[in-house]
Design a protein around this ligand. Structure first.
Ligand code: NAP
Length: 542
């Protein structure tokens, strides 16, 4: 029950991943009653849905975690540089257990609609089971890469074997000795292929656009490394908060690729080839901003990839062509033996962009313009409707009966990714036009902003906050102004999810703030310090 006994809860949150857990902590600290609903059968969000073989973090585990409790940071130990999904999932259980969060979480509960009641300012939440709940604040913690994209390929329903999206991995699926087809060659496939290839009868990957693939260079945690991390957690947390991508990286480095003589530049590229996205940030400061610098980095990566591929025909398909698109116009995958997997006899690559496009899914497999491939299992590793997808998958109705999907038909505007005009008392964690960054860092900064806003309302006796249209226009204009100056602005040419350009019959749009996560976190702090000037506050009689 809410504090004023007028609604079932003060806040209802959808999603029990990192964002849901962070909200439980920060809202409880703000004296709120909070209820989290999740349609999954376990907590974890991404780390409960994405159970494909090889799934693991691409951020290094020691900063891909929640930082609100120094005690928990000391208590938990990661086993390796990039924890596999099972370990991250165990970590999330550890947080929920240690912080006694379970009473706030109801699993197996799909929210089908959230409707703002204009007369009372209360949100009415309806679940698939037909139950209804009321709350003062409705908060999305559904994740920014969570709603799967299913291609509209002809014959999708006709396949007699097992067909599913990579983020809906069937529990207990036995693929040993089976013929597996994977449509898509993004970050998911790059992780999945080397693991599946070890036991599957065969794995055939249908690739459209080649990727810039960076090596992950996994390594185990050692007692010395763990001590170094745990002795320095305050600095690590501060580093993430001050980094352009929310990562604990040592950047900016104060030098540009374009100003560095070629020999020296190559040496710096080589010396930093130690795995993770660090390479992009800890070599030079201009790789994502300057087209020439980006080309230099792209060439280095292509050359490194080429060294690992013996077969020239394979190389032609797997390697991006220099100048085809900038590094990071598509989010580059991190790999753990992906390229080497193609040298196995049981792994095949089909070039569906230049050689044999897919025509249809048949009863027995996949038909291209040239061949028919037979499979027992087809995996759609075809990505996600990023940033807006989860929010558009249910009916969210705001002022004047407008739905969020209607509002976002042509553009997906917000105020700093945390609230949307026309939707009072609604907050979104890492919504559209927030940065793309180390997610736990962004999630906590968002949750702190939301909790501070609610604390202000409580202390000043308001029960309604309404995001201002002009604040939304201003933020969106700023996001767009920054976006067009970056190389990520070319993502629409290569179906990048970062611009929603991977969705069929959907206008690409600016979904991400690339002005720096550090700058963005400062803006959230400034907003909070200034009393949330982007919102109007009122007191409605309920
Ligand atoms: P993705 O990067 O969007 O890749 C989707 C793949 O499917 C692409 O190769 C795409 O080809 C292909 N595809 C899409 N529709 C298709 C169609 N109709 N026909 C043929 N091919 C089609 O998706 P993802 O690999 O699932 O990764 C998405 C994001 O999730 C990543 O970028 C990353 O941010 C996140 N992720 C993170 C981790 C991690 O951190 N551990 C792991 C996995 C994923 P085109 O490129 O030509 O469009």
């Amino acid at each position: 029950m809410s504090k004023n006994n007028k609604t079932d809860f003060d806040s209802i949150v959808i999603g029990s991943g990192f964002a849901g857990l962070a909200l439980i902590h920060y809202l409880r600290e703000a004296g709120q009653t909070v209820q989290v609903f999740d349609k999954a059968s376990d907590i974890g969000g991404t780390w409960t849905w994405n159970r494909y073989p090889g799934a693991m973090t691409d951020s290094e585990g020691y900063y891909y975690c929640l930082t609100f409790s120094k005690e928990l940071l000391q208590k938990w130990t990661w086993s390796q540089r990039y924890p596999a999904w099972e370990e991250t999932h165990r970590y999330m259980h550890f947080v929920a257990d240690e912080c006694d969060m379970w009473p706030h979480i109801q699993l197996n509960t799909e929210v089908t609609s959230a409707e703002y009641q204009e007369d009372s300012g209360i949100w009415l939440i309806t679940t698939a089971g037909g139950k209804q709940y009321t709350c003062k604040y409705f908060i999305s913690a559904m994740g920014m890469i969570s709603e799967p994209v299913i291609p509209k390929t002809k014959g999708m329903d006709s396949f007699k074997g097992t067909l599913f999206h990579s983020a809906r991995w069937p529990e207990g699926l036995d693929f040993a000795g089976k013929r597996v087809g994977i449509i898509g060659a993004g970050a998911t496939t790059v992780q999945m292929l080397p693991v599946m290839a070890k036991t599957a009868g065969s794995v055939t990957v249908f690739q459209r656009t080649p990727n810039f693939i960076l090596p992950a260079m996994q390594k185990p945690m050692t007692p010395e490394w763990e001590k170094e991390i745990k002795d320095n957690y305050d600095d690590i947390t501060a580093k993430c908060r001050k980094h352009v991508f929310g990562m604990a990286f040592d950047s900016p480095v104060g030098r540009n690729a374009v100003d560095t003589p070629e020999d020296e530049r190559q040496q710096i590229f080589e010396d930093n080839w130690n795995g993770s996205f660090r390479w992009v940030f800890e070599t030079f400061d201009d790789l994502l901003a300057d087209a020439d610098a980006n080309r230099m980095a792209s060439k280095f990566i292509i050359d490194k990839m080429a060294e690992r591929i013996d077969d020239p025909e394979l190389a032609k398909v797997l390697l991006p062509t220099l100048g085809e698109y900038p590094l990071f116009a598509k989010r580059p995958p991190l790999d753990h033996g992906y390229l080497e997997a193609y040298s196995r006899d049981n792994v095949n690559l089909v070039d569906i962009r230049n050689k044999e496009p897919i025509v249809e899914i048949t009863e027995t497999g996949i038909k291209t313009t040239e061949n028919e491939y037979e499979f027992d299992i087809i995996i759609l590793a075809t990505g996600f409707r990023a940033y807006t997808g989860a929010l558009e998958a249910l009916t969210i109705r705001g002022q004047g009966g407008q739905t969020l999907s209607d509002k976002w038909e042509h553009t997906s505007k917000s105020i700093m990714g945390v609230c949307v005009s026309g939707f009072p008392n609604m907050f979104t964690i890492t919504g559209p036009q927030a940065p793309f960054a180390n997610l736990p860092t962004s999630i906590e900064q968002n949750a702190i902003w939301v909790a501070n806003c609610i604390k202000k309302m409580d202390s000043e006796g308001h029960n309604l906050c309404t995001p201002k249209q002009d604040a939304e226009d201003e933020w969106s204009a700023h996001v767009a102004e920054v976006h067009v100056q970056t190389l990520m602005n070319q993502g629409d040419q290569v179906n990048s999810w970062m611009m929603g350009a991977n969705i069929e019959n959907h206008e690409p749009r600016i979904l991400i703030y690339f002005g720096g996560a550090d700058v963005y976190y400062d803006k959230l702090q400034e907003s909070s310090d200034a009393g949330f000037p982007e919102l109007t506050f009122n007191c409605l009689t309920q």
